[in-house]
Design a protein around this ligand. Structure first.
Ligand code: ATP
Ligand code: MG
Length: 466
């Protein structure tokens, strides 16, 4: 049974009523093996009872549920009391200096600590105050300079969050407390109706949505914005091909849908063509459930393999390397055509920085070596082709065979049944990248073989019907 998506529901509620919704992470509690996390929802500056859970996400879901209870059912009283005492204890876990730096980044305000000493009874006492943008917050003392700085940051935190006020603060509500900000309207929920959660990966979540005006369905991938995540967008916008998932647009916004990214991080939304829910992973798993290895699977596998290689040939022709080709990243379009997706790990053929990180020093690399980098995709293709064709019924069977296949050792029966395919796969799995054929060569070979295979099949069927 699926749990109710309270986070999405609360988002919708806030959208509808034009309320500004944010979550605040309140820290964790307990020993490492049994930690609990707390978060609370803040709606239009008002705190709602905190949610506690085994993960940050659980805590958020719980916080959303609590807020909805208050807003919709009026059952707030009993929740609030526990929340008040628990949230003060959780606050001791917050690193206020980090929080303040992030607050500054988020609001484009310079954060400047002003550290001084003032004479004390025995020796000089460290004091610190913070300048946040133009505004100076009160100075606080500490036993050490570090402690003074932490206390000063905590004071800023308390003032900004309305836990404490200073006279000056009361006069000048414009700075820092965020109450005068315009409510954020989520482009995602105002333009689209989310219909279904399609998948989750390392980057974030993918939703099936409907454009409210156009009444057309799309897929929107939502993740935390990092500079590197723009790489996926950049690549997708450079690619237009029948076998590559089609990209429409991207945007960034402050609010997520049901993920959290950390206080300063923006969310990245990528709007794409909607593919079928079942990926090639599901297709293979379904085929593996069938009782016998049959001719139909071989025929379909050849068609799919051909389409994948067409997509890869195109990706390489645009000087990109996918680097994460696997059945879960291969989808199907409305006509059952292959759609390669997930360009999250893509790199450009001449991306020096990437190379330095992964593969040593590019400056010493021979020019001819570069053209072999794309061969990582060809190796992955070899493995995918094998998996397309060969029935692996159980996980343990897979675990046993897989390392052998990676070293070009195939099950005896496979080599006998799929002589031609084995030859292609074998070359793709060559240890040395330069020995692996490129996508165009594989495409040509597969085309030729498919023709032969289909004509064999046709004559075989004729013989049977006669
Ligand atoms: P990974 O962990 O593989 O890097 P990721 O976070 O980069 O994942 P994707 O692989 O792009 O995300 O998407 C995750 C899943 O969401 C896919 O396996 C697929 O099931 C689904 N999905 C992604 N894009 C689409 C789409 N355009 N249409 C339909 N479903 C999609
Ligand atoms: Mg993926």
């Amino acid at each position: 049974m699926a749990t109710k998506n309270y986070v999405a529901e609360l988002n919708e509620y806030a959208q509808r009523n034009r309320l500004k919704l944010k979550y605040e992470y309140l820290g964790s509690d307990g020993p490492d093996h049994n930690k609990v996390f707390s978060q609370k929802a803040i709606i239009d500056g008002k705190d709602y009872p905190k949610g506690v859970g085994k993960t940050k996400k659980d805590a958020k879901v719980k916080a959303a549920e609590n807020a909805l209870r208050c807003l919709l059912d009026g059952k707030c009283q009993d929740l609030t009391e526990n929340a008040a005492e628990a949230s003060t204890s959780a606050e001791t876990d917050i690193n206020f200096i980090c929080w303040l730096n992030e607050y500054g980044q988020r609001n484009r305000l310079t954060i400047k600590p002003m550290e001084t000493t003032r004479p004390g009874p025995n020796n000089a006492i460290p004091w610190c105050s913070f300048m946040v943008g133009e505004k100076e917050y009160p100075a606080v003392s500490g036993k050490t300079a570090r402690e003074a700085k932490e206390e000063a940051a905590k004071l800023v935190y308390d003032i900004i969050n309305g836990n404490k006020t200073t006279d000056e603060d009361a006069k000048d509500k414009n700075v820092g407390n965020g109450q005068n900000e315009m409510p954020t309207v989520s482009r995602f929920t105002s333009e689209f109706e989310p219909l279904e959660h399609l998948g989750k990966g390392a980057f974030g979540s993918v939703y099936k949505v409907k454009d409210k005006q156009l009444k057309i369905e799309y897929a929107v991938k939502i993740g935390c914005y990092k500079e590197k995540s723009l790489r996926e967008v950049r690549t997708l916008s450079d690619l237009f091909h029948r076998n590559i998932v089609r990209y429409y647009t991207f945007w960034m916004q402050d609010t997520g849908y049901d993920e959290s990214c950390g206080p300063t991080t923006k969310f990245l939304y990528i709007q794409m063509e909607l593919c079928a829910k079942n990926t090639l992973r599901d297709w293979i798993d379904e085929k593996n459930k069938e009782s016998v290895q049959n001719l139909k699977r071989r025929e379909e596998s050849l068609r799919i393999a051909q389409e994948i290689v067409c997509g890869v040939e195109y990706i390489h022709s645009r000087n990109h390397i996918h680097r994460d080709l696997k059945p879960a990243n291969i989808m199907f379009g409305v006509e059952g055509e292959v759609k390669i997706g997930d360009f999250g790990l893509v790199t450009s053929d001449d991306d020096d920085e990437e190379r330095t990180v992964c593969k040593g020093t590019p400056s010493y690399m021979a020019p001819e070596q570069r053209k072999y980098d794309r061969k990582v995709d060809m190796f992955a293709l070899g493995l995918i082709f094998f998996e397309l064709l060969w029935k692996l019924s159980t996980g343990s069977e897979r675990a046993k065979i897989w390392p052998d296949v990676r070293r070009q050792r195939f099950p005896e029966e496979f080599s006998v049944t799929f002589t031609k395919e084995k030859q292609i796969i074998n070359s793709l799995l060559s240890e040395k990248p330069e020995d692996r054929p490129d996508a165009s060569a594989v495409k040509a070979e597969l085309e030729e073989w498919t023709q032969i295979f289909n004509s064999h099949k046709a004559s075989h069927q004729e013989n049977q019907t006669v």
